[in-house]
Design a protein around this ligand. Structure first.
Ligand code: GNR
Ligand code: NI
Length: 168
């Protein structure tokens, strides 16, 4: 197992669209293992392959308190959604920034397991938010894209300032 480097906004590679996985082989299961190690090491509740510069549709998640329920979702899709809810979000690719984001409250989602089994399930609460956040990553989208223009402008300025300071 090896820990992978997590890309940080505004890295343009975070905007790439991930490609569906056609064959689940040892290459894919190794990627999943390394993503889980990276997610636990960074204390995240989810991680999308896009964040570790892999353009494949695979995400890992663990929303359990004990952090002992690793899940690997291949080619995850939102099948349907209902309701609206607001939750405070953060992202390993936008360290140190948290804000309330509106998303669908309940979702029906599908994915392939590492064994190639097609699963369809319902989610609400934190799991629902996390799956929507991770699928967004696979499409090159970040939670900060949903901010109001004013909040977004403030954040971009702050990050720009941090980058300049670091370059010195
Ligand atoms: O660790 C994470 N916490 C989190 C909290 C609220 C909504 C979404 C998330 S996902 C984030 C890890 C991450 O950046 N995944 O892409
Ligand atoms: Ni994220």
């Amino acid at each position: 197992m090896s820990k992978l480097e997590v890309l940080h906004f505004p890295d343009p590679r975070l905007r790439k669209k991930a490609i569906p996985i056609e064959i689940i082989d040892s290459n894919i299961t190794t990627i999943a293992e390394n993503m889980l190690e990276t997610m636990y090491d960074e204390a995240g509740i989810g991680l999308a392959a896009t964040q570790v510069n892999i353009q494949k549709r695979i995400i890992v998640i663990d929303v359990s308190e004990e952090r002992d329920q690793p899940r690997v979702l291949i080619n995850p899709k939102i099948v349907s959604s209902e309701g609206i809810e607001q939750m405070q979000e953060g992202c390993l690719s936008v360290p140190g920034y948290y804000d309330d984001i509106e998303r669908a409250e309940k979702i029906k989602y599908s994915y392939l397991t590492e064994e190639g089994e097609l699963i369809e399930e319902d989610a609400d609460g934190l799991l629902s938010v996390c799956i929507q956040h991770e699928i967004d990553h696979l499409d090159g989208k970040l939670f900060i894209d949903y901010l109001s223009p004013l909040k977004r402008q403030r954040l971009l300025k702050k990050i720009d300032k941090q980058e300049r300071a670091q370059a010195l």
